[in-house]
Design a protein around this ligand. Structure first.
Ligand code: AMP
Length: 541
């Protein structure tokens, strides 16, 4: 190695925490509390409480590398945990509050969490599984009301453990390869699997995610994290906030569309991030009640495809540019984004929207390839369809203490995403399906995602999910489940057949369209196809 190289500076979350203290101490973090009131404080206040919390962790006997769970909504206390735990040297394990009880018990036991910080309102979930939890020594309750009672043992209260602690803490020099965070996948097949993030992976991911062509954020923004802090690091927003110093707005448990629109209006939010379901709901709330959300300069949408008609509704009717992003828990989660398009004034709005219906471009740091059934890499021609495989510094290298999914890692070091896509010659990614969502009819593939997008472009359709159902002749056929916008003006099968025929191969047209009241959603707000298939099998659809 040549002498005189740059410093070997450790990339850790402590760097972001110190930035928050030095540069952004007067910038606000606003939380909507359980009672609906707003809690306001600054990054400077947050820093001092993070120190108190780190001192409290010392007093509790937390050791480097301990897994510490959080079962909480998006709020300032959760933000404090996001920094105190990894900067202390422990591992922040965000628990998904929408998991089924068995899965929640599984992930807590699998991670061997020593302490769990939980919102008072969520303690019933822990009470139900507590007898099965093997490793938890203490439950620390956040936001407990005055008459709070719980059957949990070894309970402490968040404000109590902070009260007498010092507002300074000598954060240790950490190895950048030490674990900082742990997040389990939502487990669409089998048990949830843990993605274990290092300080280094989180650091590089944060720098990349904020950049112009990715999420394009800066200190001039006011950002609301609607995406839960238990879902893939809330898309890095807590770390981005401390790094960049934007005003940060956290909605607490108030995720109803009207409540979100009101908060965006009141706090003059410039960027909002969340899954499509939220924004479809909020659009309707805006139309019905006339909220003024004109402060929004970008709507970041990911976690599921955002259909074209909704991108148009936001861009053309409301004048709010959409940033469509793709990623996954295993990718920290940034995979691709269309952030760059917000600044592309050389393109017409229709040209920009046409690109945004795709999933976007990978930032530097994500390497991508598409691979066919025969294991051979496919060309980037916008036509060839294959599984996306990725590698890079913030992509999972193995699941945490779990070899059951070893097949998701290729012998030559790539992660198999399970998503199926095309890539065009300029690198534009188009997700066409998930491997497990494809419908195979007469030996030919049908894309459930593409069908859903076409059906949801019908003006009388609010939501549509397409599942594969067994068929004697064709082995599988698509069944379309449709939620009409209005019970009085439902789409007819003929209308839908004509619409699909105009966009897809004839054999794609579902044999049956069933109107349902609502589509069940997964813990992170996506269409729950597993439940739909099960309901179908049990004759409940
Ligand atoms: P999760 O780890 O729960 O965030 O789920 C990740 C999966 O969500 C990906 O593998 C995709 O199947 C899906 N997904 C995420 N973003 C998008 C998007 N923009 N379009 C289509 N599918 C998406």
């Amino acid at each position: 190695m040549l002498q005189g190289l740059m410093m070997d500076y450790p990339l850790t979350m402590t760097h972001f925490l110190e930035r928050a203290r030095r540069y952004h101490h007067d910038v606000e973090i606003v939380t909507k509390q359980p009672d609906g009131s707003l809690h306001r404080y600054t990054y400077g206040d947050a820093y001092r409480r993070v120190c108190r919390l780190a001192n409290a962790l010392t007093r509790l006997g937390a050791q480097p590398g301990d897994r510490i769970g959080s079962l909480a909504w998006n709020h300032y206390q959760h933000f404090e945990l996001y920094f105190a735990v990894p900067c202390y040297g422990a591992v922040m394990h965000t628990l998904n509050l929408r998991l089924a009880p068995e899965q929640l018990a599984y992930v807590i036991n699998h991670a061997e969490d020593r302490f769990i910080f939980a919102d008072a309102s969520l303690t019933p979930m822990l009470e139900a599984i507590q007898p099965h939890l093997k490793s938890v020594e203490r439950y620390i309750i956040i936001n407990a009301p005055p008459n709070f009672q719980t059957a949990l043992p070894n309970v402490l209260h968040y404000e109590d453990i902070l009260r007498d602690e010092r507002e300074a803490f000598d954060f240790p020099q950490l190895d950048e390869r030490a674990a900082a965070g742990l997040c389990y996948t939502s487990g669409t097949t089998g048990n949830p699997k843990g993605a274990l993030y290092s300080h280094r992976s989180q650091f590089i991911h944060t720098i990349a995610a904020g950049a112009g062509d990715a999420l394009s954020l800066s200190s001039t923004d006011t950002v609301i994290a609607v995406v839960p802090m238990f879902h893939a690091n809330a898309w890095a927003l807590p770390y981005l906030s401390a790094s960049l110093g934007f005003k940060f707005v956290l909605p607490g448990p108030h995720l109803r569309p009207e409540a979100l629109a009101q908060l965006i209006q009141d706090e003059k939010v410039t960027v909002a991030a969340g899954v499509p379901t939220l924004w479809i709901g909020m659009y309707q709330a805006i139309k019905a009640h006339g909220f003024d959300v004109s402060s929004l300069r970008a709507l970041i949408v990911g976690g599921a495809a955002f259909p074209k008609n909704w991108i148009e509704a936001y861009e053309k009717e409301l004048g709010i540019p959409v940033v469509h992003a793709w990623g996954m828990t295993e990718m920290s989660p940034m995979g691709t984004s269309s952030g760059t398009l917000v600044a592309r004034t050389d393109l017409s709005i229709d040209e920009r929207i046409a690109i945004k219906t795709h999933q976007g471009y990978a930032p530097a740091g994500v390497e991508m390839r598409i691979v066919g059934d025969d294991g051979k890499e496919l060309p980037w021609d916008g036509q060839s369809v294959g599984e996306i495989q990725v590698r890079g510094p913030w992509i999972v290298g193995a699941y945490y203490k779990d070899d059951s999914a070893a097949a998701q890692f290729t012998p030559d070091g790539w992660f198999r995403t399970g998503d199926v896509a095309t890539i065009d010659p300029k690198g534009l990614l188009t997700i066409t399906d998930r491997t497990k969502d494809l419908i195979k009819s007469g030996g030919e593939w049908i894309s459930s995602v593409a069908l859903e997008n076409v059906i949801m472009s019908h003006p009388k359709v609010l939501e549509a999910a397409v599942i594969a159902v067994p068929n004697e002749k064709w082995s599988e056929r698509p069944l379309a489940l449709i939620v009409p916008r209005s019970a009085d003006d439902r789409p007819t099968p003929e209308e839908l057949q004509d619409l699909i025929a105009a966009h897809c191969a004839k054999f794609w047209i579902p044999d049956e369209f069933r109107l349902i009241e609502s589509i069940p959603k997964t813990s992170v707000g996506k269409f729950d196809k597993k439940t739909l298939r099960q309901m179908y099998a049990e004759g409940k659809l």
